[in-house]
Design a protein around this ligand. Structure first.
Ligand code: PMP
Length: 400
């Protein structure tokens, strides 16, 4: 019998190596229970959460919780079917209308996760005669969407519109459609895309532009419509993809567009058609969270202030922090043992962040990925900074 697990040998060695430098498995942390948006019980201790994507703290939104409980009682725990069979309820349609109105677009399609929204839209939009241009630091869901489709795939340098322009020039006579995919805010580094500059390149080449605003929806732009709103170039973005699992605090994904043709995705996208739709309580909670997001613009202002506090504080400590100030604040460390030891020490000190390792990180370098919430108090951010200072000192990684 051929060993079916032999392919995991390299992975297994890497995991054992990681466990030899840090006593805890960073990919198997159990939050026994969230006590609030910012505090969770880990190993029986109250731990400050700085590694979630709960940017506005809406996972604990009282209106969303009430809406979910009410809907759960009225409509049950699941739809038991896909959007194209028995899985579209009135609530799904209502939320699609609400999101379309929020983004000022004619069409909205809801998927069961943000991952599936990228997978489903990219694979359906870029067909076999087309060319897909993706940023080298794209999220796994974008890479996987490019594999599921049949288009030729060309990667361009991260956040580099000039490099994209050059690559588009090389295929200028290709008769198929050209789809460019970028993210508003990059999930690992917090880098913000120059969306307006990318939009100029797309117009020059008659290409299409899809922006994944997963980490910028509800976070950036005057009304929270993301980096395209902040850059004032929404009309040049053909498709906006995003997720409910970050700023709305629930689960689900969406694509909004003004192009009528986008509706065909409902009949052409396997990740839309062949999976069960979101349960009604989650749809109701997402709608209530969207209303809360719109009714409380001060959350966005608080988030920006908190992100600035954490970013400036880490920089002052002498750590190597993200280039841009956004709610994703990443600290780059020189090697995996140092990063794993640092991550472990932070948890011992009562602060949970994400340990991100290559190949999921750019430049083959490990990161401690922190995410900031509007719900964090300035005192909680100061506590986290003090823990970073202590861990950096203990590990001998302070450069200033
Ligand atoms: N796009 C990006 C940029 C992401 O970071 C993520 C999740 N980390 C997704 C899509 C997928 O979203 P979800 O977790 O809601 O499936």
């Amino acid at each position: 019998m051929t060993d079916i697990f032999a392919k995991f040998e390299g992975l297994s060695r890497a995991a054992s190596h990681l466990m030899s430098v840090a006593p805890r498995n960073p990919f198997d942390v159990v939050i026994e229970r969230p006590l609030s948006a910012t505090i969770g019980l880990i190993e029986g201790r109250e731990t400050l959460l700085f590694g979630t994507n709960n940017y506005l703290g809406l996972s604990q939104c009282p209106e969303a919780i009430s809406a979910a409980v009410k809907t759960l009682k009225e409509e049950g725990v699941g739809t038991t079917g896909s959007r194209i069979a028995n899985g579209t309820y009135g609530l799904h349609r209502q939320l699609e209308k609400k999101l379309a109105a929020f983004f000022r677009r004619r069409h909205c399609i809801i998927f069961s996760t943000g991952y599936q929204a990228n997978l489903g839209c990219i694979s359906a939009l870029a067909g076999k005669d087309d060319i897909l241009f993706i940023d080298a630091d794209s999220h796994a869901s974008i890479y996987d969407g490019s594999r599921l489709g049949n288009a030729q795939v060309i990667r361009f340098r991260h956040n580099d519109p000039a490099d994209l322009d050059k690559r588009l020039n090389r295929v200028k006579d290709h008769p198929g459609a050209k789809l460019i995919v970028i993210e508003g805010v990059y999930s690992m580094t917090g880098n913000v895309a120059p969306v307006r500059a990318f939009a100029e390149v797309k117009k020059k080449h008659g290409a299409w532009l899809l922006v994944d605003e997963a980490h910028s929806f509800g976070v950036l732009g005057e009304n929270g419509r993301g980096v395209a709103e902040q850059d004032g170039c929404e009309e040049d973005v053909d498709f906006v993809v995003g997720t409910f699992s970050k700023s709305l605090g629930t689960i689900g994904g969406y694509c909004v567009s003004n192009h009528d043709g986008v509706e065909m995705i409902r009949l052409a996208s396997r990740p839309y058609m062949f999976t069960a739709s979101l349960p009604p309580d989650i749809i109701a909670a997402s709608a209530a969270a969207l209303e809360a997001l719109q009714a409380q613009p001060h959350l966005r202002a608080q988030l920006t202030q908190n992100a600035g506090q954490l970013h400036a504080g880490l920089k002052k400590l002498g750590l190597s922090v993200s280039q841009h100030v956004s709610p994703v604040v990443a600290v780059t460390l020189p090697d995996i043992p140092t990063a794993a030891g640092f991550w472990n020490r932070l948890l011992e000190l009562g602060v949970y962040v994400n340990l991100s390792l290559p190949p999921a990180t750019p430049d083959e370098r490990p990161l401690l990925r922190c995410s900031v919430m509007a719900a964090h108090s300035p005192a909680q951010i100061d506590t986290a900074l003090a823990s970073f200072a202590k861990a950096a000192q203990d590990l001998g990684v302070l450069t200033a």
